[in-house]
Design a protein around this ligand. Sequence first.
Ligand code: C5P
Length: 235
Amino acid sequence: MELLYEGKAKKVYSTDNPDELMVEYKDDATAFNGVKRGTIVSKGIVNNKVSAHFFKLLEENGVATHFIRLLSGREMLVKRVEIVPVEVIVRNYSAGSIAKRLGLDEGIKFPFPVIEYSYKSDELGDPMINDDHIRALGLATDAEMAAIRGMALKVNEVLSNYLLHKDIILADFKLEFGRYHGEVILADEISPDTCRFWDKNTMEKLDKDRFRRDLGGVEEAYNEILKRLTGESVL
Ligand code: C5P
C-alpha cells in the first residue's frame, strides 16, 4: 500500500483495488486552520468507529456513502472518489463561525436547517461561497449541487433524529461529497471533529469545541460519543 495523501487528521493509502482506498484516522488535532495543534488520545479510533456507525446508518436510510467496511480500530476501506471541492455545512443551531459572523448568541435554534458552502482550500482558509461562485468557478454542476443539497438535508434528518434518542443535539456539521462512477456520494468523515454535539439535558459540548476552546475533558467527550452510539469505550 502506498501513502497517497496525509491530511491534518487522516492518512489515505492506495489498495490493490484501483476503486478502493484505505483511510487511517490519526490522533492529531488542529483548529483555526492549523494555527492550534495538539493530540487527542484515541481520537483516531473514535472518529473511525463513529464515522463507520453513521455511514452504516445513512446507507440503511438510502444515502450512498463511500464507506465499505472497517479494517481495524483506526482504519476503514472506502470507495475511491474524486472529492468535490465544496464543504457543506448544515446548521440547526447557532454556534461557531455563524454566531461570530452574524453577532448571534450560541444555541439559538434556526427555524429550518441553514446550509452554507465553503471552498475547500487550506491556503485560503476555506472561504464561504454561494451557488453562483460554485457555478462560476465550475466547482460542481447544478445537477451535482441539487443532489448534494438533497443528501445534506437527508443526512441532517436521519442523524438529528437518531442522536436525539441518544440525548444528543446535532447543532451543526460539515460534509464532503465525492464523484464515483458518475454519481455523487457522501465521503470524508462524520465525527466529533466535524460535528457539534450537545448533551440534550446539560447542553455540555461533546465535540472538538472542547479542544478549540480549551474546555478540558476532550478525550472524555470523544469517548462519550462513541459510548452512546456503540456502547464501546476507548479510555
Ligand atoms: O467553524 P464553523 O462554526 O463554521 O463550523 C461549523 C461546523 O462544521 C462545525 O461542526 C465544525 O466542526 C465543522 N467544520 C469542519 N471542518 C471545517 C469547518 C467546519 O468540520 N473546515
